[in-house]
Design a protein around this ligand. Structure first.
Ligand code: ADP
Ligand code: MG
Length: 399
C-alpha cells in the first residue's frame, strides 16, 4: 500500500466547499458527551480549513442507527461542543443529503462551518452506495478524510465519495499514516513489536505480517498461553485457542527461520477463578510458565517477564504495541500492562500503540503523553499492522 498521500495543505481550499469526514463517534451518556477527545482531535484540520477560507461541510457517523432516523444518535450535541471549542457558530443541518443540508451547504461563506447529520441515518452509507456517494459529492468541491477510525471501512462517506471529488488527507489521517506507515515500511531498528490481548485468532494475520518486518516479537496477554501450550507446556485453565496450536507452531518456526527473536512470558500471575465482576478484589499467586498448576488460570505476565520484555524494549528504536499483557481491567492484574506502558514511556524509540484496549490502558494509566503515537483507530490500526490496504486511505490522491 502506498502511504504517500496528498494532505489538505497540498490543495487549494480557499472559497471551495470542502466535505471533511471526521470521527465524531463520541461516547455519550443520557444525551451528554462523556469524552470529547475525538472532537478535539479533529480541530487542527477544521481550524486549518477555516483559516484558509474554505467553506467547511463536516460529516461523521455516530453509533449504529442502521439506516434509521434515531434521534438519540443525532450529531447535534457534537455541533454544540465543536462550536464551543472553535468559539464560532457550527451550522447544524437537519438531514444528511436532504434539502436542508444542501441549502445550508450552498449558502456557506468562506470560513463558515456546518455539520450534516449522522451519515449512517442513510442505509446506503455502510453499503458504499454510489448514489449516496454522488449526493455527498454534489455538495462539495473537495473531499478531506480525517477519520482514521473508519478508514478500514469502504463506506460512502469514507471512501466512495472520493470517486467523485479530489480527495486528500486531514492532519489526523496524515499523522497516523506517516508514523505507522514509516514503522512498517522503513523502521529504525531494532524494531520490536509487542502483541497481547485475549485470543490468537483475533490477531493471526498481524502476527504473520509482523514476523516479516520486526527484529523481536513479544507475545503476552491471553494469546501467550496458546503459544506456551504449542511448546508443550501445561497451561492449566488459561485461555487456549485449541484450533490455533498448529498455527502457533508454524509462527515459531517462521520466526526461527527469519532470525526473529520471539519472546514469550517466562512467569505468570495465576488465579483460581476469573474475577467477577472483572475489577473485584482478587488473590493472586505467581509461578514459572513451565509450572502452571492444572486448576489455575494465567491472567497476567509475571515480574520476570516484565523485566525480560522491558529489556527488549530498551534496545529498540521502533516499538509497536497492540493488546494488553493481562486482564488489566482488574488493578491487581494490570501490573504487566503497566510495566510495558512504562517501558515504552521510558524509551527514546518511536513508540506506537494501536488497539482499543491498549490505547485505553495507556490513557487510564497516565502514560499517554510519553508515547510517540497512540492510534485513534482500534480496528483500523490492526488492519494497518496486518498490511492490508485501508479503503479510506487508498482512495486519496498520491503525492
Ligand atoms: P486491543 O483492544 O488492545 O487490541 P484486545 O481486545 O485484543 O486488545 O484484548 C484485550 C482484552 O484481553 C482485555 O479485555 C483483557 O482483559 C484480555 N486479556 C488479556 N490477558 C488475558 C488473559 N491472560 N486471560 C484472559 N483475558 C485476557
Ligand atoms: Mg479490544
Amino acid at each position: 500500500m502506498n502511504y504517500n498521500k496528498k494532505s489538505v495543505e497540498e490543495i487549494e481550499v480557499r472559497g471551495k466547499r470542502v466535505l471533511c469526514r471526521c470521527d465524531f463517534n463520541v461516547p455519550t451518556k443520557e444525551g451528554k458527551i462523556t469524552s470529547d477527545k475525538r472532537i478535539v482531535a479533529a480541530l487542527p484540520t477544521i481550524e486549518y480549513l477555516i483559516k484558509n477560507g474554505a467553506r467547511v461541510i463536516l460529516c461523521s457517523h455516530m453509533g449504529k442507527p442502521k439506516g434509521e432516523w434515531k434521534p438519540e444518535l443525532s450529531l447535534k450535541i457534537v455541533a454544540d461542543r465543536l462550536s464551543e471549542l472553535l468559539g464560532k457558530e457550527v451550522i447544524m443541518a437537519a438531514d444528511v443529503v436532504g434539502e436542508d443540508a444542501k441549502a445550508k451547504a450552498a449558502a456557506l461563506q468562506d470560513g463558515d462551518v456546518m455539520l450534516i447529520e449522522n451519515v449512517r441515518y442513510i442505509k446506503g452509507e455502510t453499503k458504499n452506495d454510489p448514489e449516496l456517494s454522488k449526493e455527498l459529492a454534489s455538495m462539495a468541491d473537495i473531499f478531506v478524510n480525517d477519520a482514521f477510525g473508519t478508514a478500514h471501512r469502504a463506506h460512502s462517506s469514507t471512501a466512495g465519495v472520493a470517486d467523485y471529488l479530489p480527495a486528500v488527507s486531514g492532519y489526523l489521517v496524515q499523522k497516523e499514516v506517516s508514523i505507522m506507515g514509516k514503522a512498517l515500511a522503513d523502521p529504525d531498528r531494532p524494531f520490536v513489536a509487542i502483541l497481547g490481548g485475549s485470543k490468537v485468532s483475533d490477531k493471526l494475520n498481524v502476527i504473520n505480517n509482523l514476523l516479516e518486518k520486526v527484529n523481536t516479537l513479544i507475545i503476552g496477554g491471553g494469546m501467550a498461553y496458546t503459544f506456551l501450550a504449542a511448546k508443550g507446556y501445561g497451561i492449566g485453565k488459561s485461555l487456549l485457542d485449541e484450533e490455533k496450536l498448529e498455527y502457533c507452531r508454524d509462527m515459531m518456526a517462521k520466526a526461527a527461520e527469519k532470525g526473529v527473536k520471539l519472546l514469550l512470558p517466562i512467569d505468570t500471575a495465576i488465579v483460581e477463578s476469573f474475577p467477577s465482576p472483572i475489577d473485584a478484589e482478587i488473590e493472586v499467586a505467581y509461578c514459572g510458565c513451565d509450572a502452571i498448576p492444572e486448576n489455575m488460570i494465567g491472567v497476567d505476565i509475571g515480574p520476570e517477564s516484565c523485566k525480560l520484555f522491558a529489556e527488549a524494549v530498551k534496545e529498540a528504536k521502533t516499538v509497536v504495541w497492540n493488546g494488553p499483557m493481562g486482564v488489566f481491567e482488574n488493578p491487581t492484574l494490570a501490573k504487566g500492562t503497566i510495566a510495558i506502558a512504562q517501558a515504552l514511556a521510558d524509551s527514546d524509540a518511536v513508540t506506537i500503540v494501536g488497539g482499543g484496549d491498549s490505547a485505553a490502558a495507556c490513557e487510564q494509566l497516565g502514560f499517554a503523553n510519553e508515547i510517540t503515537h497512540i492510534s485513534t483507530g482500534g480496528g483500523a490500526s490492526l488492519e494497518f499492522l496486518e498490511g492490508l490496504e485501508l479503503p479510506g486511505i487508498a482512495c486519496l490522491q498520491d503525492k
